[in-house]
Design a protein around this ligand. Structure first.
Ligand code: NAP
Length: 370
C-alpha cells in the first residue's frame, strides 16, 4: 500500500478534497499521514481508514521523505520552501500540488486529465514526478470548452472573469462575510422597505466602505458592495498574473503545437464560491451553432449545456447552481454580431472542485493504475 502524506487539508481546497476523498472511499488505497504546519503532534481529526492518528510535522524533511506520494494544498510559500529541500534530500516520490509555484517548471506537468491524460501518461513513462493542478479559472474554462479545444476549432479567446471570494482562501471568505455584516448592521433598519430613502442609504454604504474600522486585512479593499478588477500580482506588460496564467497554462496543459492566444481581465466579485467567465471565442472557421453545441456537450460528462434562454440561464448558469457540484454549466452560446466566426459563451464552475481538488484526487487514481 502506498504511503500518502497530505498537507493543507484544513484550508479551503483541502477541506473540499477531504470531502471528495471520503465520499469516494479513496483512503482505503493508501496508508495516510496528515501533516500540519500549525498543529504538529496533535491528534489527527480526520477519521479515515489506514491513517496515522497523530499529525506529522509538515516542515520535517525526514518525515516527509518516508512518503511515496506527497499531496499538498497548503499554498505556494510552503511549496517554495519545502519542495526544493525535499528533492535535494533525495525524495523520489510523487509531489501533487494545488499551488502555482511549480506549474510552469519544465519537469512539472499541469494535470487536467479529461483534457491531457495523454500528456500525464507520457510524463509518467519519462519518470517525471511533479504533477501540479492548474489555475482554477483556466481548468474550468478548459473543461467547459474541451470539445472546441479537441477539434482544434479555436483561433483565440478573450475571457472576462467573475471570481469568488473563496478563490483567496478561507480567511478571504470569512472577511467577505464580515464586510457585509459591517455594512448591513448599520444600514438595514427595522423598516422593511427603505426604497424612498435609498440614495441616502447608498451614501451611507459608500462612506462605510472607507471607514477605518471596515475589515479589509485580507483583500486590502472592500469586496462587499464593490468589485476588484485585479487578482494576483502586477506584471510589467500590464496584465495581472492571474490574466497571464490563462494563456500560459492552457497551452502547457494541451502541449499544443500551435499556441492559442488567450487573454482578458480577471475580476474578483462578492460571490462566496464558484468562478464565472464571459468568453469571446474566435473560431478558425464558421461552424454551425448546432455543431458547436454537440462538440461542447459530447466532450466530457461534467459539461451541462444550458440553452440560450433567459429562464434556463437564470436557473442553471449561476454560482448558486454550480456551487458544490462537479457540473460545469456552459451557456449564452451564440454567434456574435461581430461576424460568423465570433462565438459568445458564459461558463460557471466550482473552483474548489474541478478548479482545485478534483484534478489532484484523480491524479492519485492515475498513480494507482500504474
Ligand atoms: P487556505 O484556505 O488559506 O488554506 C491554506 C492553509 O492555511 C491551511 O491548510 C492551514 O494550514 C492554514 N490556515 C491558517 N488559518 C486557517 C483558517 N482559519 N482556516 C483554514 N486554514 C487555515 O488556502 P486554499 O484556498 O485552500 O489554497 C491552497 C492552495 O490551493 C493555494 O496554493 C492556492 O493558490 C491553491 N488554489 C486555491 C483555489 C481556491 O479557489 N481557493 C483554487 C485553486 C488552487 P495549517 O493547518 O497547516 O495551519
Amino acid at each position: 500500500m502506498k504511503k500518502l502524506g497530505i498537507i493543507g487539508w484544513r484550508g479551503m481546497v483541502g477541506q473540499v478534497l477531504m470531502e471528495q476523498m471520503i465520499a469516494a472511499s479513496d483512503f482505503k488505497h493508501f496508508e495516510t499521514t496528515f501533516f500540519s504546519t500549525s498543529q504538529i503532534g496533535e491528534k489527527n481529526p480526520i477519521d479515515v481508514a489506514n491513517s496515522n492518528p497523530i499529525l506529522g510535522d509538515a516542515y520535517n524533511i525526514e518525515q516527509l521523505k518516508k512518503m511515496d506520494i506527497i499531496l499538498t494544498a497548503q499554498g505556494g510559500d510552503y511549496t517554495e520552501k519545502i519542495h526544493p529541500q525535499l528533492r535535494t534530500s533525495g525524495f523520489k516520490g510523487f509531489w501533487i500540488d494545488a499551488a502555482s509555484t511549480l506549474r510552469m517548471k519544465n519537469d512539472a506537468v499541469i494535470i487536467l486529465d479529461p483534457l491531457n491524460k495523454d500528456v500525464i501518461l507520457r510524463a509518467l513513462q519519462k519518470n517525471q514526478k511533479d504533477f501540479i493542478g492548474g489555475n482554477c479559472t483556466v481548468s474550468l474554462m478548459m473543461l467547459a470548452l474541451g470539445g472546441l479545444f479537441k477539434q482544434e476549432a479555436i483561433e483565440w479567446i478573450t475571457s472576462m472573469t467573475y471570481q469568488a471570494a473563496s478563490g483567496g482562501g478561507a480567511r478571504h471568505m470569512n472577511e467577505l462575510l464580515n464586510q457585509m455584516k459591517f455594512v448591513t448592521d448599520k444600514v438595514v433598519s427595522s423598516t422593511p422597505d427603505q426604497s424612498a430613502q435609498i440614495l441616502q442609504v447608498e451614501k451611507k454604504v459608500k462612506n462605510l466602505l472607507s471607514d477605518p474600522a471596515f475589515p479589509r486585512e485580507n483583500f486590502g479593499a472592500p469586496l462587499a458592495f464593490n468589485l476588484l478588477p485585479w487578482i494576483d500580482s502586477e506584471l510589467e506588460n500590464g496584465q495581472s498574473r492571474e490574466e497571464w496564467k490563462a494563456g500560459a497554462e492552457a497551452n502547457k496543459i494541451l502541449q499544443s503545437k500551435t499556441l492559442i492566444p488567450i487573454d482578458g481581465t480577471c475580476v474578483r466579485v462578492s460571490t462566496m464560491r464558484c468562478h464565472s467567465q464571459a468568453l469571446t471565442i474566435k473560431l478558425k472557421k464558421d461552424i454551425p451553432i448546432d455543431e458547436i453545441e454537440s462538440m461542447i456537450r459530447e466532450h466530457n460528462e461534467w459539461v451541462k449545456f444550458v440553452p440560450n434562454t433567459k429562464s434556463e440561464t437564470l436557473k442553471f448558469l449561476t454560482p448558486e447552481f454550480a456551487s458544490g457540484s462537479l457540473s460545469i454549466p456552459v451557456g449564452r452560446v451564440r454567434k456574435m454580431n461581430l461576424g460568423p466566426t465570433y462565438l459568445n459563451a458564459f461558463t460557471v464552475g466550482d473552483q474548489l472542485l474541478w478548479g482545485a481538488a478534483e484534478p489532484l484526487r484523480r491524479m492519485l487514481h492515475i498513480l494507482l493504475e500504474q
